[in-house]
Design a protein around this ligand. Structure first.
Ligand SMILES: NC(=O)c1ccc[n+]([C@@H]2O[C@H](COP(=O)([O-])OP(=O)(O)OC[C@H]3O[C@@H](n4cnc5c(N)ncnc54)[C@H](OP(=O)(O)O)[C@@H]3O)[C@@H](O)[C@H]2O)c1
Length: 234
């Protein structure tokens, strides 16, 4: 799908990859719906992206997700693309994983993307087309000590996405996965617990813009799974 003229919801648009994706999609003519909790940041971004709609959203709240969907439809009449990007890391060895932390990251990285898909699919199905991109992580494709809990949430997201692709295909909805590696965002400063221990030696962090280009490529091509080139896993 070409995003020009299309209504694109981006979660986690207040920073990092989500912000970069919103900027690039806007450049390509999309009509943006910007979702995150920090509405001050979203408002500043919307000031630079004329026509963008800001909806302050905690994606772990089902009523807030319904409101996001309803406000997008009220403003634009349709939803063409959902980029499930909001997420958080939990970078501690398994024996140190706090159950509350794991539950919170599970709610954000797994449950919220599912609830968001459930929220937008009826509108997409009614028009017979739609694209959903779920932002996973290269960590879900490898065994990395210290990242097991986070990688488990992204592995669960991978399976939800792969099954959704098959289930929703007959409705004209394409579901894709993007696997970023280490990317230069606020992610490592806002981990639920633990700390960033550095990437694979010699492999530089990718820019959020590179990930945004990959996400826009996934929307355009409808490929099932897309890695971000030249990036270490994280
Ligand atoms: N950076 C990396 O190295 C890396 C690598 C692989 C995968 N990823 C994945 O890439 C995605 C984007 O991360 P990033 O690197 O761009 O990190 P980031 O700059 O920290 O952005 C995370 C975004 O998620 C939003 N968010 C967090 N909790 C939320 C909630 N409850 N409701 C709504 N929005 C929420 C944040 O907005 P608010 O705080 O304003 O709500 C923020 O906009 C995540 O899914 C992450 O797991 C990152």
């Amino acid at each position: 799908m070409e995003v020009s003229g299309k209504v694109v919801i981006v979660t986690g648009a207040s920073s990092g990859m989500g912000e970069a994706t919103a900027r690039l999609a806007h450049e390509q003519g999309a009509r943006l719906v910007l979702a995150a909790r920090r509405s001050d940041r979203l408002s500043v971004l919307a000031g630079e992206l004329p026509g963008a709609l800001v909806v302050r959203t905690d994606v772990t709240s089902a009523p807030a997700v319904d409101e996001l969907r309803d406000r997008a439809l009220a403003e634009f009449g349709t939803i063409d693309v959902l980029v499930n990007n909001a997420g958080q890391g939990l970078h501690v060895p398994l024996l140190e994983v706090d159950q509350g932390d794991f539950q919170a990251v599970w709610e954000l990285n797994v449950m919220a993307p599912l609830v968001l898909m459930q929220a937008v699919v009826p509108a997409m199905a009614a028009q017979g087309s739609g694209v959903i991109v779920n932002v996973s992580s290269g960590t879900s494709l490898r065994v990395i000590p210290g990242l097991g809990a986070y990688a488990a949430t992204k592995s669960a997201l991978n399976m939800l996405s792969q099954v959704a692709r098959v289930e929703l295909g007959p409705k004209g909805i394409v579901v894709s996965l993007v696997y970023p590696g280490i990317t230069d965002t606020e992610f490592h400063l806002t981990l639920r617990a633990g700390r960033f221990s550095g990437g694979a030696a010699g492999i530089p962090a990718a820019s959020p813009k590179l990930v945004a280009e990959t996400i826009l490529d996934a929307i355009r091509t409808g490929q099932a799974e897309v890695g971000v080139p030249h990036a270490a896993p994280n």
